[in-house]
Design a protein. Structure first.
Length: 377
């Protein structure tokens, strides 16, 4: 028996194509890494990989999305410079125009609007935290930048922030890919925080005013928000204190912050950021090295996984690192996993071939390792 990768696993030639990132961020990652990050071809936004297909085919997952919600139940925090880039984007396409209008509406609402950017209204976080399985299902939580055309599009795609730029439901290399993109997200979030503050300062916002907007180490974990924001309106006094002389000139400030990021290279970003960004960058480089290293470990042991379902053929649907990206295991293979007991990998593969007539091709073995069904030593 020869076992092969489950649908869309490693070996797809597309996974060597460049992974698109937002216009501003793509050159920074290109300067940081020796080559493009392999594309996550299994995570498709236009035809959501987490939805059932027209023919009834279901994804290899234990959690599905609604096709007109997808992962767009998440509303991003937008740093000031991205807000400005969206507002000044002259793209005449209907989708980009809808995205621009949605950001203008957030600014005009004055809820969560500060010189550092656009925060989420508190009601959204409250609903998402307390509504069971709302993510991927609740149309009431659908992002205001979602454009209901062609299967659902993002109106601010070219200027999306760190979370939306790095979130994939499924990965070419399972946990290995997940770990890499988590590190990229952490890096870009750190950059966004530092750069938003630097842009606001350089644009002329009073440092004392900005200091009041920064998180305090001794503040409660869940700091309160003005009650007016629960009704979709700002507290006028709180809003005026946050903006000072810039109140009424919000768009002007956001555009000025955008201009301050024009032409910034990665070295410029590092110069404008704190040491946490440098540390995050080192973690991204290390995760990238693991992502592109496809060597098989010299010794393997059976890993741990949850059984999500038993298949009609006797095999199992196993969850390792994510319910969004399960893996189907043939019954015969599951019975033989204990053979991986730390002995040399070649010795175990030879024994499986000789004693059981089972041959694991390299692609499937790599997938078992990437998903954590097998762990290397």
């Amino acid at each position: 028996m020869v076992t092969t990768p489950s649908e869309g696993g490693p070996g797809d030639a597309r996974h060597r194509a460049p992974q698109p990132l937002p216009d501003l961020y793509a050159p920074w990652l290109a300067a940081l890494l020796p080559a493009p990050i392999p594309v996550e071809a299994r995570a498709t936004c236009d035809q959501c990989a987490m939805c059932s297909k027209a023919d009834g085919t279901l994804p290899t997952a234990t959690y599905l999305f609604e096709p007109d919600v997808k992962c767009c139940a998440f509303l991003p925090w937008l740093p000031n410079f991205l807000v400005g880039r969206i507002l000044r984007d002259g793209d005449p396409s209907p989708v980009a125009q809808a995205g621009r209008r949605s950001v203008e509406a957030r600014v005009a609402a004055r809820v969560g609007v500060t010189p550092l950017g656009l925060d989420r209204p508190p009601l959204r976080d409250l609903h998402l935290r307390h509504a069971l399985d709302a993510f991927g299902h609740s149309r009431a939580l659908r992002c205001p930048h979602y454009v209901d055309e062609d299967g659902g599009l993002c109106g601010i795609w070219r200027h999306r922030e760190a979370t939306c730029a790095t979130w994939f439901c499924r990965f070419e290399r399972g946990r290995v890919g997940f770990d890499l993109w988590q590190q990229v997200k952490a890096l870009l979030q750190e950059v966004e925080r530092d750069l938003a503050l630097r842009c606001a300062l350089d644009a002329g916002v009073d440092p004392a005013l900005l200091a009041r907007l920064l998180p305090q180490d001794d503040a409660p974990a869940q700091a309160g928000r003005p009650w007016q924001e629960l009704e979709g309106a700002p507290d006028p006094a709180v809003y005026a204190a946050a903006w000072g002389p810039w109140e009424g000139r919000e768009v002007e400030l956001y555009r000025a912050c955008a201009a301050l990021t024009d032409g910034l290279g990665w070295d410029d970003v590092l110069a404008r950021s704190g040491p946490r960004v440098a540390a995050r960058a080192a973690a991204v480089r290390a995760a990238y090295d693991r992502q592109v290293d496809e060597r098989l470990p010299g010794r393997l042991r059976a890993g741990a996984f949850q059984v999500a379902a038993t298949r009609r053929d006797g095999g199992l649907r196993a969850v390792t690192y994510s319910p969004f990206d399960a893996i189907d295991l043939p019954a015969r293979l599951v019975a033989l996993l204990p053979a991986f007991d730390g002995r040399p990998t070649d010795e175990v593969l030879d024994a499986l071939r000789r004693d059981h007539g089972v041959e694991l091709d390299a692609g499937f073995l790599r997938q078992l390792i990437d998903w954590g069904v097998l762990s290397g030593e």
